[in-house]
Design a protein around this ligand. Structure first.
Ligand code: MRU
Length: 343
């Protein structure tokens, strides 16, 4: 694995943290942002699976796209050993459990291999590129549909990072917010810092700053104060998996925001491509919630090693009940309750 430090151009509209060139996957290492823009070059499926687990790349659509390129890389490595390739795809599937986009993308790559009946590297690379390109168009369609729901003068609170870093294109929730800002409908943007990994204060802040869009980072505990102050009219988030009944798994803290929003009469919008919908998951209860190492919590507190006797619980997603969600925007349009994503 090679690494290289570069500077991403400030307003490049086609910026993507995922590039695939001549059989090599280049990922912008999101663990180092915003202080360093370092790219890693990966050419084995093992490196790709580890990059997903270790959060080099994160965000539901982005890890789906990455896994698809990982499957193409595995095909190059395996030659015509399709059984070994299938095991590689299982390894990719295990790299993170909650976002369904990952399993959705590897299922598509498996279907592609079945239609050609062999490991056709060219066809598999083309399929991975198609998955990436489809996410770019889905992002645009969602930005248009979601931003149209915002009234002039709106204030928005968002959670985690849902922009270009988390997707193939301009983003899901952040795409809606930026489109609303560019259309003159959004006056105030608040980004939750998003503990413990700080996707908001590191990544969303980096994305908005490089586009020259004003925003304020808030600590998670400020959500109720912010919503009671009247400064926000919408909470807009992404999703990692949407169950058939509209329950939404997303970054830990999302459900708290939805509860607070309902109390203060702030509307709640979820923005996600159809690759995030899991029609086979009847309700959110069945969604596997990833638990990560407690060290993430100590590191966020500035401690390398916690003093003896410290312990932590670190689930990194939660499930927001469908009843707290005013609308779910996909590339197919605006869905309203009662939700039915069963087909
Ligand atoms: O742990 P992460 O950073 O992968 O979690 C990401 C999120 O929860 C995002 O909100 C979600 O993937 C939607 S991104 C378009």
């Amino acid at each position: 694995m090679r690494s290289m430090t570069t500077r991403v151009r400030r307003t490049d509209p086609d910026f993507s943290p995922i590039r695939f060139e001549e059989g090599v996957l280049h990922l912008l290492d999101q663990r180092r942002l915003p202080t360093e823009e370092r790219w890693l070059a990966l050419d084995t499926v093992d490196q790709v699976a580890r990059a997903i687990t270790d959060l080099v790349v994160r965000g539901a659509p982005a890890i789906g796209i990455t896994a698809a390129f990982g499957a193409a890389i595995a095909a190059r490595q395996r030659g015509d050993d399709i059984s070994a390739w299938r095991l590689d795809l299982e390894r990719l599937d295990r790299s993170r459990p909650t976002a369904v986009n990952l399993a959705w993308a590897t299922a598509r790559m498996r279907r592609k291999a079945e239609t050609t009946g062999r490991l056709d590297v060219g066809a598999l690379e083309a399929e991975a590129r198609a998955i990436h390109a489809e996410d770019v168009s889905a992002n645009r369609a969602m930005a248009e549909a979601g931003s149209a729901l915002l009234d002039a003068g709106s204030g928005i609170l968002t959670h985690c990072n849902t922009g270009a870093l988390a997707t193939g294109g301009i983003g899901t929730a952040l795409g809606v917010i930026v489109a609303g800002y560019q259309a003159g409908r959004v006056d105030r943007i608040f980004a939750d810092e998003t503990r413990p990994w700080l996707q908001g204060s590191r990544l969303t802040a980096w994305e908005l700053a490089r586009q020259g869009i004003p925003f304020k980072v808030v600590v998670e505990g400020a959500a109720a104060a912010l919503m009671s102050s009247g400064q926000v009219q919408w909470v807009v988030t992404g999703a990692d998996r949407i169950a058939a009944n509209g329950d939404v798994a997303n970054k830990i803290g999302t459900c708290s925001l939805a509860v607070i929003a309902r109390h203060f009469n702030v509307r709640f919008m979820v923005v996600a491509p159809s690759s995030t919908v899991d029609p086979y998951m009847a309700t959110g209860e069945g969604i596997a919630i990833e638990q990560r190492d407690p060290s993430e919590i100590w590191h966020a507190a500035g401690l390398d090693q916690p003093p003896g006797g410290f312990d932590a619980w670190n689930p990194v997603f939660d499930v927001t009940p469908a009843g707290l969600i005013d609308c779910i925007v996909t590339e197919h349009g605006v869905h309203r309750p009662p939700y039915d994503f069963s087909n």
